[in-house]
Design a protein around this ligand. Structure first.
Ligand code: ADP
Length: 600
């Protein structure tokens, strides 16, 4: 992306603030004129005083000159203060507003993207956030550089240059000839610094990651006595960083020195040239001062050129990946328009599915899920059960085949309508930052406190919430895993969807919490279409029908008894689960217990 394309892309974000831009530009113009007042005033002062001195007149005759100069300089400073304030304030306001719009724009955009977008390797949460933050940061800095930094400086430089040419073409030419040398030096400096700066940035990131890594794995480091190895790793990073820092500074100082030297040569040339014209009688002595001060205005912006060059470079690098995110229109979720009456009968016909990374997770899936029944998906970890559920929720699209809900292809259905009718309970449900009340109400944003409490009661968590000092206003993130899971179930009760997908809802919980949740789940299952993934024997036995998956394929299906007697994958998994529970020994314990009771 080049600078022009970048400005084109930024334009829509700056357009709403046209008035602000015009105000800033006007102030810039005024500022660039007042910046020349010092030069004019000093020239006037030197020439007028010189004339008086030559005529042998004293202080009495000179008062009016001093009063005039004071008035002009004071007046100019007052105007300047106002202009600078306005310019900085409006420029900053523009920057803040543009930054706010850019951030909002990208959030609105990626909320619409399909799940596959977030699954891509360079879109993982941390990376995405860094790309967005850096993009917004550098783009808004670009706006700031343009309106607050460069524009005023360059306008003032142009006016100063114009005045120099107007006074004398040769002086103007000398001033002008310094500019390309300066540009060239700046370009070289930025080029040289570019790679060092990139190394520096990488080094800093690695260093902070390293420190985080140490903190996160401090227990392992200590238990293996690896303190000295970790410290050496850091030392190596630190040395590289120091080397890069020194190189960066060295390059900067060399170039800064050369640039100052060139600038001073410019000043000397201008003094000599103007002095020649003065001696030749073509100019007044005040012009020396005049030209030196004007030249100062010409060289000021190019002195900060290399910083500006760096910032623009950064902006171009980071904004590219920013706009890649904000302009990924092909990632926007598609939605059909159909809104059929939902009963909950799913039909899957020859469904194949491949993840964005190329892994084919489902092969030729054919299924029929009956409404108002519990269907279990059974299979070893990695068999494709969760993938299947994501497809039913339209998080991903199948490569081929059809998924019908009550006879309508879900691709033709309104996506929001479909998801309104589906409740998803995962192994670990997300609890948002906020109160318990807000977290439950996420299921139905207009629910009353009574509705929320009713849902909590159904999820068997109401009593526990009441025992908390802050009740429903307590922070939901402070609850235990099992309690959080029940908050998520209450959220589901509030949403009250006819179809429910349960993806190992009790897997991360201990036995007692699981048992409590089972009661809530039994409640939730009533009168709904439920698809359930579970590794709990009791839950699988409860299912009306079971599909068994292996390596992305359906290998068996049927009711529990029939499946068990097929002597296939289902039996294998079922027996393994029973074995891991040590059911025989447990049964014996219960039997012994019962015997003892009958004897006594
Ligand atoms: P299950 O729920 O049966 O344990 P999954 O549906 O989670 O299995 O995973 C099925 C296969 O798909 C696994 O091999 C897994 O590694 C792969 N997989 C899951 N999610 C992704 C993803 N986002 N990108 C690529 N492969 C994935």
């Amino acid at each position: 992306m080049n600078l022009w394309q970048l400005f084109q892309k930024l334009k829509p974000f700056v357009r709403p603030y046209k008035l602000l831009v015009i105000a800033t530009l006007l102030l810039t113009l005024v500022g660039s004129l007042t910046a020349q007042v010092n030069a004019l005033t000093l020239q006037y002062a030197v020439d007028s005083i010189n004339k008086l001195v030559e005529a042998g007149k004293g202080l009495d005759a000179g008062w009016h000159i001093l009063i005039t100069i004071t008035a002009i300089l004071l007046g100019k400073e007052i105007i300047n203060a106002i202009v600078q304030f306005g310019q900085k304030f409006y420029g900053e306001k523009l920057r803040i507003l543009v930054s706010q719009d850019l951030a909002q724009d990208i959030i609105e955009k990626f909320l619409k993207y399909r799940l596959a977008f977030f699954n891509q390797d360079n879109n993982q949460a941390g990376k995405l956030q860094t790309r967005i933050d850096r993009g917004i940061g550098s783009l808004t800095r670009l706006v700031q550089i343009f309106f607050i930094d460069i524009l005023p400086l360059f306008t003032s430089a142009l006016v100063a240059l114009g005045l120099m040419f107007y006074a004398n073409v040769y002086v103007g030419l000398v001033a002008l000839s310094i500019v390309p040398i300066y540009f060239w030096l700046t370009y070289k400096q930025a080029q040289k610094l570019g790679s060092w700066r990139r190394n520096l940035r990488d080094g800093r990131e690695k260093k902070s990651q390293g420190i985080l890594g140490i903190i996160n794995s401090i227990t392992v480091i200590k238990s293996f006595n690896r303190e000295s190895i970790e410290s050496e790793k850091q030392l190596k990073l630190q040395r590289e960083l120091t080397h890069n820092q020194m190189q960066t500074r060295q390059t900067s100082f060399v170039f800064d020195g050369v640039k100052t030297f060139i600038e001073q040569i410019g000043i000397v040339l201008i003094i000599i040239l103007t002095a020649y014209f003065v001696l030749d009688g073509q100019m007044s002595i005040g012009m020396i001062m005049y030209h030196v001060l004007l030249f100062n205005n010409v060289s000021a912006p190019i002195r900060s050129l290399h910083r500006i060059y760096d910032e623009i470079n950064d902006a171009m690098i980071y904004s590219e990946s920013f706009f890649q995110i904000s302009e990924a229109d092909h990632e926007i979720e598609t939605s059909g328009t159909e809104k059929p009456q939902v009963q909950g009968r799913f039909e899957l016909k020859n469904v194949d599915f491949t993840y964005p990374n190329g892994f084919k997770a489902l092969h030729d899936i054919n299924m029929s899920i009956r409404p108002n029944k519990i269907t279990a998906l059974v299979g070893l970890s990695g068999a494709g059960k969760s993938t299947l559920i994501s497809l039913l929720d339209k998080f991903f699209e199948p490569d081929s085949g059809q998924i019908l809900l009550d006879g309508v292809n879900i691709q033709d259905m309104d996506t929001q309508y479909l998801r309104d009718h589906i409740g998803l309970v995962l192994q670990k449900n997300h609890i948002f930052q906020g109160s318990i009340f807000e977290n439950i109400r996420y299921g139905k944003t207009d629910a009353s406190l009574q509705d929320v409490q009713e849902a909590a009661r159904k999820a068997s968590i109401h009593e526990q919430i009441l025992q908390l000092p802050q009740g429903y206003d307590a922070d939901a993130l402070m609850l235990s895993g099992g309690q959080q899971q029940r908050i998520a179930l209450a959220r589901m009760f509030l949403k009250n969807p006819p179809i429910i997908f349960l993806d190992e809802p009790t897997a991360s919980l201990d036995a007692i919490a699981s048992e409590q949740i089972k009661q809530s789940l039994d409640q939730i299952k009533q009168g709904r279409t439920v698809i359930m993934i579970s590794h709990s024997l009791s839950q699988i036995i409860d299912a009306d029908y079971t599909y068994v998956m292996k390596e992305g394929r359906i290998v068996e299906h049927g009711e529990h008894d029939a499946l068990y007697h097929q002597e296939g994958t289902y039996k294998e998994i079922f027996d393994a689960m029973a074995k891991s529970l040590n059911i025989e020994k447990i049964a014996r314990t219960f039997e012994d217990d019962a015997e003892e009771e009958t004897h006594s």
